[in-house]
Design a protein around this ligand. Structure first.
Ligand SMILES: [Zn+2]
Length: 268
């Protein structure tokens, strides 16, 4: 079965566990689901294989979100080692899940300059990519655009990182808004035009001058704005919803998308 160009799915299983979550995503007509290891990698390779098999049968595209406790630019070398272990463990599970994108927040600037932080993150990503290649895990490391100004991960930083290391990226549009205080979708999609498939996150967001404070239910207006640009730019994209109600908001996303596509005669 041919996949749609715009794939929608929730972050996590809504508390159902991954197997039931995949079934639910299928029942509700979604295309994707992100497996959350945000508080630790709690499944085995065998569990991952079983979940991956079901997802493949039901045509649900899986991705993985690594634990939050990651800082590839820490001042403490042992924290960098631990961070890489968490990302690599998530990568191994992703391989058995049949999930391509392994999403993580790469780190914090602390007192370092942006340039210095970039070089540190780049070195560790290259090192992890060597391990992934050696282990033959069929996955893509995808550092995510971050919502706080104290976090490494502007869109420009991540595009440069992808160009220089061979990693990919996860574009969280809500985080770009939180970080920058505004988002110009036309510019964002222009910057992404050479990316074959965009792995993205979306939700509503509350933010201050320092950036993201928390994720919110996704507003209809915000969804229409994003999806309008997605349809217009004809990109190949997966949009994972990370709001406090990802399943409800995916249903809303699908509805809006269907009516937009009817209007523009764009086939998804
Ligand atoms: Zn995100």
């Amino acid at each position: 079965m041919k996949r749609p160009h715009i794939q929608i799915g929730p972050a996590g299983s809504g508390g159902l566990g991954n197997l039931e979550g995949v079934k639910k995503a299928h029942e509700l007509g979604f295309d994707a689901m992100e497996v959350e290891f945000t508080y630790g990698v709690q499944i085995s390779n065998n569990d991952a294989k079983a979940i991956g098999k079901l997802a493949k049968a039901l045509n649900i595209l899986l991705s993985v979100h690594c634990p939050y406790y990651v800082n590839l630019a820490s001042f403490e070398p042992c924290k960098i080692v631990q961070s890489k272990k968490r990302i690599l463990l998530s990568s191994e599970r992703a391989h058995y899940l049949g999930a391509r994108y392994v999403v993580f927040h790469a780190g914090f600037y602390q007192s370092r300059s942006e340039g210095e932080t970039y070089m540190m993150v780049k070195k560790e990503i290259k090192d992890m990519l060597r391990t992934i290649k050696k282990k033959k895990w069929d996955i893509a490391l995808a550092p995510e655009t971050t919502g706080k100004k104290s976090q490494f991960g502007s869109l420009d930083e991540l595009l440069r990182l992808a160009g220089e290391t061979g990693c990919e990226l996860c574009v969280d549009f809500a985080h770009i808004l939180g970080r920058e205080g505004r988002i110009n979708y036309r510019n964002v999609f222009k910057k992404l035009k050479n990316i074959k498939h965009i792995h993205a996150h979306f939700s509503g967001i509350e933010y201050t001058k320092k950036g993201e404070r928390r994720h919110l239910i996704t507003g209809t207006k915000e969804l229409k704005l994003l999806l309008g640009h997605v349809v217009k730019s004809k990109v190949d994209i997966t949009i994972i919803n990370e709001s406090p109600d990802p399943i409800g908001d995916c249903l809303k996303t699908k509805d809006i998308l269907n009516s937009l596509c009817k209007k523009s005669s764009f086939r998804i």
